[in-house]
Design a protein. Sequence first.
Length: 201
Amino acid sequence: MEQKGLEHQIIPNWLSEAECDILYNRVIETEEYVKSTGPDEAAVLGQFSYYKETDALGGRAASYNYLDDPVIYNIMMPAIRRIFNVGLNVRMWANTFRKGEGIGFHAHRDASASNGPKQTWASCVLYCGGPTEGIWFNLQMKPKVFEDVHLKNKKGDLIIFSADVPHWVPPHETDGIRVSIAFDVSGDGGDGDPRMLRPVK
């Protein structure tokens, strides 16, 4: 495992390129079905992405957990179990970005919210393929020193970071679909609907 600063880690070759290709195709195949399970939660809350205002696949984290798909489960759960303890909870979603699309500055936990979860949790992102300009993080590189850090995407590498770390994905300007799978892992469920959690097992 490669350590990169205080708030994130990269696990190289967490999955193989062949496994990522299967995940990539499965996310595309099931995209319209997953969108049909509920509204884009960010759009409902008025939290539009800077780059994609409505109907984002990633906005279905409140209505669908990708671990309910057997194709994705059979690849992702054994890999998750290698690095996280059995009994923790996983909330998993996918993102698809077409030409001109990305996602704006955001974090999975608002550390300043008085009514939010008191403890942070692990957030993870796996790039599965397609055009990419990488991903940006606002990271604490040493105590009280924050920097915007650009990480290149490599198929199969897993990026793990604290849920309260802001991050964003710039839009790409080429044809094709960028696909990633993201998930939060926590002991107490983290944020969101507890019915959307699946145990590590």
